[in-house]
Write a protein that binds this ligand. Sequence first.
Ligand SMILES: C[S@@+](CC[C@H](N)C(=O)[O-])C[C@H]1O[C@@H](n2cnc3c(N)ncnc32)[C@H](O)[C@@H]1O
Length: 292
Amino acid sequence: MRLQDLISECTNRLTLAQVSFGHGTTNAHDEASWLVLWSLGLPLDTDTTLIHSELSENQIHKAYKTIETRIQDRKPSAYLTGEAWLQGVPFFVDQRSIIPRSLIAECLVDGSIDPWLSIHTSQVLDLCTGNGSLAIICAMVYPDVKIDALDISVEALEVAQINLKRHLLEQRIKLVLSDCMEHAGGPYDLILCNPPYVNSKSMRELPEEYKAEPHLSLYGGEDGMDFIKRFLSDTPNYLCDTGVIVLEIGHERNNFEIAFPHLDCVWLQTSSTQDQVVLITKHQLTAFLQTQ
Ligand SMILES: C[S@@+](CC[C@H](N)C(=O)[O-])C[C@H]1O[C@@H](n2cnc3c(N)ncnc32)[C@H](O)[C@@H]1O
C-alpha cells in the first residue's frame, strides 16, 4: 500500500465513524492526512503525491492504530499528537487546556486591529490565556509590546508556560493566575479575550470531541454571557483612554446584544465569520455602562 492509498482508507474510516471536526481541520481527508503523517513521523507539509514507495506493514499498522484511537476515544487529534497550529505557529497542547483556534489570532495577523493602535501601544492583556496562543501570536505581531496573560486555571497556565518557553517569549509575556481581572495590572492599550461563552443548550449538544476539553474553558452560563458581563463591567478602569478590547463571542451575537443592548461596538470580520469577534473602545464601553 502507498501513502495516498493509506490516507484514502483512513479518510473512509473516519467518515464512516462520523467523528467530529473543528479542532484544526474541517474534514475527514485533512484529519486523516494529519494523523497518518504524524504516525509515520513525516512532516505535516509533506507533499503526499510525491511519495510513491510501498509502506511497510509496521507503518500501516501504526497509522491504523492512531485512527482507531481517534475513533474510539473521540478526542481531538491535537490531544493525540500533542501539537496544534494556529496562524502557522505550533503550540504544545494537552487536556489541561483548550486547543488553540481563536479567531482573534486571525485579526492580529491580518492587521484588522491596527487602526485602533499606535506607536505608543505597549501594554497588552490576554485575559483567559489558556494555552497562551493569543499572547504568543500577539507578541510575534507586535514585537515592542509587553503582555500580561491571565487565567484562572493552574493547569492551563502550565501549558502556556511550555509554549512561552518553546517560543522564547518568557521575558515579554507574564503569566498570572487570576479570576477574571482580579490580578490584572494595566492600564492596557489592548485587551484580548477569548472567554468561556458557550450557552447551556449548546453545551448539551456539543460533540464528544469538544467535551474532552476543560469545561471551564467553554461554559459561559445559561446564555453564555456570565463571564463577559463580569469582565465588561470590571474593565474600564484597566484601559488607557485610547484602549480597546477585542473579544470573541462565538455564535452568541444574539445573547450578546440582549445582554448589552445599544452597546456601540465594531464587528471584526474574519475569513469565515462576520460577527464572532467584537472590538469595543474604552469610550464605547464607558458610555454604555453609564446608561446602566
Ligand atoms: C476559550 S478558552 C481560551 C483559551 C485561549 N485564549 C485560546 O484562545 O485558545 C477560555 C479560558 O478561560 C479561562 N477561564 C475561565 N474562567 C475564567 C475566569 N473566571 N478567570 C480567568 N480565566 C478564566 C479557562 O481556564 C480557559 O483557559
